[in-house]
Design a protein. Structure first.
Length: 166
């Protein structure tokens, strides 16, 4: 199983509960899991992180192999299906929701998950079937049979442990 990280999971970790100076083990764990094929993300997430010009952007630049390309034919075709689906729902959403969704990494993350066997998207966005303000990853992903979990479920599923040594 491969877990695909959304931008918000990395930003939240950096800004809040796994600050890089406070919990370097979290970031080392990501690298180790990426090396064994358990964790990945996609190039559009990397691009979003690079806009930050901060320590997370610097960290992302050093993560060779973490950010999978989305230029392959299978991902491009899956993206087209995602885009068609959200476009068909646009009339029920707030103005600009379609453009905001399609301009970001989110549809690409879902598309990449659709092309990978047993891929799970890791995001802090929540499933809200009645949401009209914006398209959320879990709402759209459900349409395509893509499972979404949050960081804490990821840590539980992978049995991550960050233990202080004496």
């Amino acid at each position: 199983m491969t877990y695909l990280l959304d931008t918000n999971t990395l930003i939240e970790a950096k800004n809040r509960y796994y600050r890089m100076a406070v919990c370097p083990a979290y970031w080392a764990w990501i690298q180790r899991c990426q090396g064994s094929g358990v964790l990945a993300s996609i190039e559009p997430v990397d691009a979003e992180l690079q806009r930050g010009h901060d320590e997370l952007a610097q960290w992302a630049k050093q993560q060779h192999g973490l950010f999978l390309p989305v230029s392959d034919e299978a991902t491009q075709n899956a993206f087209a299906r995602v885009a068609e689906h959200v476009a068909s729902q646009a009339a029920t959403m707030n103005a600009g929701a379609l453009e905001d969704f399609l301009d970001g990494a989110d549809p690409w993350l879902i598309a990449k998950a659709m092309t990978m066997a047993k891929a799970v998207v890791v995001t802090h966005e929540q499933f809200h079937p009645q949401r009209r303000r914006k398209f959320s990853i879990p709402n759209v992903a459900q349409t395509f049979g893509v499972t979404c979990i949050d960081t804490f479920e990821l840590l539980s599923r992978t049995e991550a442990r960050f233990v202080l040594e004496h």
